[in-house]
Design a protein around this ligand. Sequence first.
Ligand SMILES: [Mn+2]
Length: 315
Amino acid sequence: MYKDILRLIDAHERIIIHRHKNPDLDALGAQAGLKRLIEDNFEAKTVKMVGDENTFRFLARMDEVEDAFYDGALAIVVDVAVSRLVADERYTRAQTTLVIDHHRNDTDFADFCFSYPEHIATCQLLGDMAMRHGLKVSPDTATYLLGGIITDSGRFLYPAVNATTFRVSAFLMEQGADLPYLYENLYTEDLKFKKLKGHFINHFKTTKASVAYMKNTKDLKTMFNVDTFTISRGMVNQMGGIAGIPMWVNFTEDDDGSILCELRSKAIPIVDIAKKYGGGGHDLACGCTLDTWDDADKILNDLDTRVNEGGQHHG
Ligand SMILES: [Mn+2]
């Protein structure tokens, strides 16, 4: 597995690293961490990274890449396996495409796909690879990778945290990861985000089966001067961690009128419901995109049914 990844890297001189759009710290950390890992451990490689940027740009900035750079190159796509979610579609120009991921999705484009859902973060997977293969890990690389582990694990909170999570994190600390730098950046936020959080806590609703939800129309974006993603993915967990609420969902209208749906559950798997509506993700944290608010109500019904079944679903 890791050997095959390293062999593919070894076989190419030019490498471009992609990841999903709207990158979180795992996507960015895996991207920047892998770039430095390759530069520090392989001879004569030119490595670039591409994609959109957001508030996490404090961790790493993207490169300018000419189209011609892709000729004969290896494109590595991290933290995502599905083509429509990949930032910068030019990975299709590369000679070889390789996916390194930890989601439970099949790839629809890559020549090679290594996806390990047992890892809580793509960064954990890469850290594990570096540790097992004795790769040189610079302090920067360690910071990149630890950033992804900290965030994708919910600060070591989610159920998929295990001994490997701490083993890899300890290894990265030994390599000089800058933990205060990560936390300084993660815990400082704009006033508008604080106010948006307050809006969620004060206004969410619940279904008969106590599923918490918010239906956000486009005007909320203007009201708080934030983008769709900040509301959709960024605010869903404001409804989590509340006694008596087993699941929580955030519906957010996008500019084109489609509705982004983020689903979360405390313990009962719900990813099959996201898949039923064309989405996917993890058992307890998943999402899909809907065409109408009617579909939003159908999802709430499905979740209520799931709560009432008491998690006895097998599928
Ligand atoms: Mn991830």
